[in-house]
Design a protein around this ligand. Structure first.
Ligand code: LRH
Ligand code: MN
Ligand code: MN
Length: 388
């Protein structure tokens, strides 16, 4: 059996980052639904992230999206976060929501648009300097809709050029995480469609460029845990945008659609040493809560990642290696399934009690009356960024 004390210590040290945009109103291309009590600005999003941390104990940072979270003074926002017991995490630039980006951002055929996009990326590194953020999470909506629309090769060269300029601007403790996505908003080619493209650019750039795996960005049926194992083995797994999906990039609560997949991913992380802080794997969420209340949904998501991690930590690694080296197919599979089928809720309740928080964070939040307070205090909450 895995050592219980070591399992509890690893769970206590886990750090799951929530995204500022998950606290705002969101929807689909058909409708952005408004909810009561949602934050009206970046400061209130930080407050909500701090609430999620207070109830879970393992979500001590919040990612920002710029310009959705634009403020006058980023150092002041960082100080506000510190005062609330959390920190500002990854900075996500936005080069996909302006008319100029109709044909792309850093891959656009027009050099003036490329320049504008690059200037925004560099400005985001300035913001990281002010917030103390270590990670720049890059996602490009760039691509084409029709064969012949633009040169696939020329677009790759433009991408390389921009990535190089940003990489060279990074400070010594800062990283660049390059996110890939198979399709959407482009429907014929996407300029960073898969982990291989991201990996190749990262290798060109240097060791502080790493791949960001958003679990909703693959073709159905893709074996994401293989990608995770490969990238971790090559020291290029920068982190995750966790969410779950039934069809495309659904951005549903992580672990809701396929808890077994989340467990398989976390198993590769645990077995590959990815929980060690030195390996720098960032466990971030990237979700939208269109119809469900946001703070409880984020608490649920954090708990889902924690449960999958706990199960992965319970894998008896010695028994697994023994079965694997003996070629014992059924035995090896049974070791993994035993861990998956373990009810880890009592273990996690014990952990939370040790940490001085309620063993049932969602019930505790619902009892706290916090939402009634938000509903009374906040009127006219902001949209997350879509359809605002
Ligand atoms: C793109 C994406 C990317 C964006 C976020 C809002 O689908 O996953 O990470 O920054 O959604
Ligand atoms: Mn994402
Ligand atoms: Mn996405």
């Amino acid at each position: 059996m895995a050592d219980r004390t070591a399992v509890l210590a690893a769970l206590r040290a886990q750090h799951i980052e929530t995204p500022s945009w998950a606290y705002g109103n969101s929807g689909t291309r058909f409708k952005v639904f408004t909810q009561e009590g949602v934050p009206r600005n970046a400061y209130e999003k930080v407050d909500d992230a701090a609430t999620v941390h207070r109830f879970t104990g393992v979500a001590p940072s919040v990612a920002l999206h710029i310009p959705w979270d634009t403020v006058q003074d980023y150092a002041d926002l960082a100080a506000h976060a510190t005062g609330q017991g959390i920190s500002l995490g990854a900075i996500n630039p936005n080069v996909f929501q302006e008319d100029d980006y109709r044909l792309g951002s850093v891959c656009n055929p027009d050099p003036a648009v490329r320049q504008k996009a690059l200037a925004h990326l560099l400005e985001c590194v300035d913001i990281m300097d002010a917030t103390g953020s270590a990670d720049l999470s890059l996602w490009f909506a760039d691509g084409t809709n029709y064969p012949g629309q633009d040169s696939i090769r020329a677009r790759q060269e433009r991408l390389s050029e921009a990535l190089r300029a940003v990489y060279d601007r990074l400070g010594g403790n800062q990283r660049m995480l390059l996110e890939y996505k198979l399709f959407e908003p482009s429907f014929y080619t996407t300029d960073v469609p898969d982990w291989g493209t991201s990996y190749a650019h990262c290798v060109d750039l240097g060791s502080r460029a790493q791949v960001l795996v958003d679990t909703g960005h693959h073709a159905p049926g893709t074996n994401i845990e293989f990608i995770v194992a490969f990238l971790l083995h090559r020291a290029r797994l920068g982190g995750f945008h966790f969410n779950s999906r039934f069809y495309a990039d659904d951005d549903l609560m992580v672990g809701a659609a396929d808890p077994f997949q989340l467990f398989r991913i976390m198993s590769e992380i645990v077995l590959g040493g990815g929980l060690e802080p030195a390996n720098g794997v960032a466990f971030m969420l990237d979700q939208c809560h269109n119809i469900e209340p946001k703070i409880p949904a984020l608490i649920r998501s954090v708990l889902n990642v924690q449960e999958a991690t706990a199960k992965a930590l319970l894998i008896d690694a010695d028994a697994l290696h023994r079965a694997q080296s003996e070629g014992d197919v059924l035995g090896a599979n049974a070791v993994v399934m035993d861990a998956f089928n373990t009810d880890v809720r009592p273990l996690l309740a014990e952990l939370r009690e040790d940490m001085g928080i309620d063993p049932d964070p969602i019930a505790a939040y619902n009892r706290s009356g916090h939402f009634d307070k938000l509903r009374a205090e906040r009127t006219g909450g902001a949209a997350a960024g879509w359809g605002a």
